[in-house]
Design a protein around this ligand. Sequence first.
Ligand code: 5GP
Length: 137
Amino acid sequence: MPDTIFSKIIRGEIPSHKVYEDAHVFAFLDIGPLSRGHTLVIPKQAVARLDELSDESAAAIGRVLPRLCRAVLKATGATNYNVLQNNGALAHQAVMHVHFHIIPRFEDGSGLGIKWGAGKLDPAAGKTLAEMIASSL
Ligand code: 5GP
């Protein structure tokens, strides 16, 4: 995969406000924060999408993500937040290296704006679809 700006940040070739690093994971402040404390958590493994991530990298992120959320909340005083993870340009992914956003949500409205166009799940279609997904695992 071609280098993205995030690989350069991991290697220290581009500066960032780092908040955490271990053998598999790097976390730093987003340069265009939606709110104070907006933090990006990325694997050191350079793949574009979550479904491409190795089990080892995924486990390493899963292990530290809640701790990073707690740290962002403690540092900012926020009590509400979103964790966002975009895959593909249609899904608003701009940087093609897996990343999780931790985005505090404040009373002043700063944070992630969400358009949630909920539909209605048809029971029969839902049964078929759930079976298809389960058998694809
Ligand atoms: P995406 O839309 O791909 O999920 O989000 C990419 C995020 O990366 C954006 O929130 C953007 O502000 C952030 N970003 C892009 N380039 C840089 C950079 O050079 N440094 C930092 N710290 N964040 C960046």
